[in-house]
Design a protein around this ligand. Structure first.
Ligand code: PSV
Ligand code: MN
Length: 406
């Protein structure tokens, strides 16, 4: 136990914060790693290739296992059907290999965007044969999830239109429900469907599930195992995400998160870099609700790709930022906050929240890492000194392409 930790623990205890309970929650925090984040990525203008980046689902599992080694709270890899293909279409071996590496497979994401058929959308397409094709894909995704031992399907419907008049918006809504129902009905009783929303891209006039209201509407129609997935990047500037979260929590409709940095207007870039306050306030709403007795079943995932930073470092750093935000939200002096609210003390209430945000919580997180049995309290240093980066650079190279043209 470090001196720094003792000092912080004493000052928190003085405020009535249960430090042991905070440590327990920090150790129990789980964040799913997106398999796609350890592969190459870029922008729509080009892909930057990273030496040593994962080429196959097996490489991805190896990299996620290394990330889990240094963090201890990421024992789950989320998978994307578009990119995590196996040589023979079988997925039970993936589960087995992941288990050997100490991992589970988490949320499975269907692919409704990467094929030629999807030019006018997938389940909302005006073409019946494309809708049928998509439904068959959904059924296959349930098989894939079963084989990998996953209990969650993460559905982002990439559909939309580009021009007024292009299609009937109400008919698209009917097709959407019909398609999602096929997926929902095919799922096992113990599986959860989380439905993501996004205001624009890849279509720009309408998006068939553009916001949390449209997502929640579909979930409500489908049944109680369908919940809303909030991707932090999928909001227009100025939207108050934590208010959406608190509404969904109160309605028992929050199913999961895709964490990232919302500046990109999508899912790329390191979470908690430009948005540490957002992350903190989101965790605050979740902890507030849980402490008020609201039941939660939230799947926390990163949804990022790393364009200019080394991917594995970017992922490790993202999880560290999420840990910081979570720890800060856990130590809010909620008794004092309640008193300030009841006294209509606007400034006082805000200051209590900000005091937690401004506290250096690293000693708490380091203590949690020690108790988790990690070999170093600094995950980035642990990774940089561990030899994995050199190993994969040597073994995998530049994924077949020399970016300098030689
Ligand atoms: C779409 O932008 C999205 O956020 C969805 O979650 C996809 O499945 C994911 O990104 C992968 O790129
Ligand atoms: Mn996403």
């Amino acid at each position: 136990m470090s001196e720094r930790f003792k000092r912080l623990a004493d000052s928190l205890a003085e405020k009535g914060v249960d430090v042991n309970a905070v440590l327990t929650r920090l150790k129990a925090q789980v964040i799913e790693l997106p398999s796609w984040a350890v592969g190459n990525s870029g922008t729509r203008y080009g892909t930057f290739r990273e030496e040593g980046s994962a080429r196959t689902i097996w490489d991805k599992i190896d990299d996620c296992a290394e990330i889990q080694r240094v963090l201890g709270i990421t024992p789950v890899m989320a998978s994307h059907v578009a990119w995590d293909v196996t040589e023979d279409g079988q997925y039970a071996p993936v589960r087995k290999y992941a288990e050997e590496k100490g991992l589970k497979i988490g949320t499975v994401h269907p692919d409704v965007f990467s094929r030629q058929e999807y030019i006018f959308g997938s389940i909302c397409s005006p073409k019946p044969e494309v809708r049928e094709f998509t439904k068959q894909h959904f059924l296959d995704c349930v098989r894939v999830a079963r084989e990998m031992g996953s209990k969650v399907i993460g559905m982002w419907v990439a559909d939309g239109t580009n021009y007024p008049g292009q299609d009937s918006l109400r008919e698209r809504k009917h097709r959407l429900y019909e398609g999602l129902k096929v997926l929902y009905d095919a799922m096992d009783e113990d599986m959860k469907l989380v439905i993501e929303y996004k205001p624009f891209e890849p279509f720009f006039y309408t998006t068939d599930i553009a916001d949390w209201g449209m997502s929640m509407l579909m979930c409500n129609k489908l049944g109680e195992r369908a919940k809303v997935l909030v991707d932090l990047g999928h909001h227009l500037p100025g939207v108050n995400i934590e208010q959406i979260i608190s509404t969904l929590l109160d309605e028992n409709m929050l199913g999961g998160f895709h964490m990232n940095n919302r500046r990109y207007a999508d899912d790329d870039l390191i979470t908690g870099t430009v948005n540490p306050m957002d992350l903190f306030l989101i965790y605050k709403e979740i902890i507030d609700a849980e402490q008020d007795g609201v039941k939660t079943d939230i799947t926390y995932m990163l949804d990022q790709s790393h364009n200019i930073e080394p991917s594995i470092e970017g992922i490790i750093y993202s999880v560290m930022n999420a840990q910081t935000a979570y720890a800060r939200a856990l130590i809010i002096d909620r008794t004092a906050l309640k008193e300030a609210q009841e006294a209509y003390d606007v400034v006082g209430a805000n200051k209590i929240v900000m005091d937690a945000f401004n506290t250096d919580v690293q000693p708490l997180i380091e203590e949690a890492r020690i108790e988790l049995g990690l070999s170093d309290t600094d995950p980035l240093r642990n990774y940089r000194q561990g030899g994995h980066a050199e190993r994969i650079r040597k073994e995998r190279g530049f994924d077949g392409i020399n970016t300098l043209g030689g």
